[in-house]
Design a protein around this ligand. Structure first.
Ligand code: NCD
Ligand code: ZN
Length: 351
């Protein structure tokens, strides 16, 4: 249903989220569970979730922290390393514990030191995943320090992804949190089973936001926001109705003190306001009628899952999201909301 200022959607899913562990998990999880039916949970803990057994244990920790009565379903991933055993992840997939494998090029982002050093080293794993239909989720940036930070996504496509997909043409792939027009074009035009997630923040900010009046650590994430032309290409892709593009917030909380530092962490925390910000973008693009496909249908179809059966309703009604959320006793996380206010509000589901 779409009235001028109210929209009801099939309950959405978040196909890319960082829920963390411990106190941070206790803070972050309720925000995702409040609005999303399911989420693909990223495995970059310290140490990373590298095996099916670790994924099962992490899923238990998440379930223990879930608010009572919540139907939220964490979908688990394993962190691919040069040492990953094909048998272990295939068994985890068959048992319904591990939904997908996440590939971070070594040292490309937060807690990715143990990532893949060379795709050729993981070819046995990729072969097995291709055979059993297990998705590979890719952080698509080269980690090479000589490559300009704004070119790392395009360089990954040119230097790694094209060859990888030629070698494994039936491998199901999600290019995560895309940030460039080149990634949009590549995914749109590619043959075979490939999709891409797009974050709310990359639809809202370009790279100027990181330097507006001074350095803005809370606007810094990886892949880093790019020029305005790329943001516009992402908005067009997300709102196009093309089933290859779907919602993945990449909500990635870090403590304020770790962001506001001489060497600040990459990651922005959008979970408390993400669906609301996506709705704003779709409204601005006059595409509210396509929000449901992007947020609630395309991703489920890619993963071979049925859409959720519940619905959520948003109303156009400006509100002030929380700015700082407490974590444990003395720490805080800052919530991303570049305009301070959100224009769309989630109505609590009717009792
Ligand atoms: C993520 C994190 O903090 O875990 N950071 C980010 O900037 N997106 C890692 C990632 O997805 O790259
Ligand atoms: Zn991420």
């Amino acid at each position: 249903m779409t009235l001028a200022n109210v929209i009801t959607l099939v309950k959405p899913d978040d196909w890319h989220v960082h829920l963390r562990d411990g106190d941070m998990l206790r803070m972050a999880l309720p925000w995702s569970a409040r609005v999303f039916g399911r989420a693909i949970v990223m495995p970059n803990l310290d140490p990373p979730v590298t095996t099916a057994a670790r994924a099962a244990a992490y899923r238990d920790r998440i379930r223990r922290v879930l608010p009572g009565g919540s139907g939220f379903e964490p979908l688990m991933t394993c962190f691919l390393t040069d040492e990953t055993e094909p048998k272990d992840i295939a068994q985890g997939f068959a048992e319904g514990i591990v939904m997908a494998v996440k590939m971070y090029p070594a040292r490309s982002t937060t807690n990715a030191a143990a990532g893949v050093t060379d795709v050729r080293r993981v070819s046995r794993v990729l072969e097995r995943m291709q055979a059993i239909g297990m998705p590979l989720l890719i952080h698509g940036e080269v980690a090479d320090p000589e490559t300009d930070v704004f070119d790392r996504e395009k360089a990954f496509i040119d230097r790694v992804l094209v060859q990888l997909r030629a070698d494994f043409p039936a491998l199901r792939i999600v290019l995560e949190h895309i940030t460039t027009a080149q990634a949009v074009d590549y995914v749109q035009d590619a043959a075979g089973p490939i999709g891409a997630t797009i974050t709310a923040h990359h639809l809202m900010i370009n790279r100027n936001a990181m330097f507006a009046g001074g350095i803005r650590p809370h606007m810094y994430c990886l892949p880093v926001a790019k020029r305005e032309g790329h943001r516009l290409a992402l908005r067009k892709a997300a709102t196009s109705g093309d089933p290859r593009f779907f919602l993945g917030t990449d909500s990635a909380p870090h403590l304020v003190q770790d962001k506001e530092s001489a060497c600040g962490c990459a990651g922005v925390f959008t979970a408390p306001v993400a669906l609301e910000l996506y709705a704003q973008v779709f409204e601005e693009e006059r595409a509210l009628d396509r929000l449901e496909a992007f947020a609630s249908l395309n991703g489920a179809r890619f993963y071979g899952l049925p859409p959720n059966t519940e619905t959520v309703t948003l109303e156009q009604s400006p509100w002030q999201p929380p700015e700082l959320l407490p974590v444990g006793e003395a720490d805080h996380v800052r919530v991303f909301c570049p305009e301070g206010k959100a224009r769309w509000r989630l109505l609590e589901p009717a009792a």
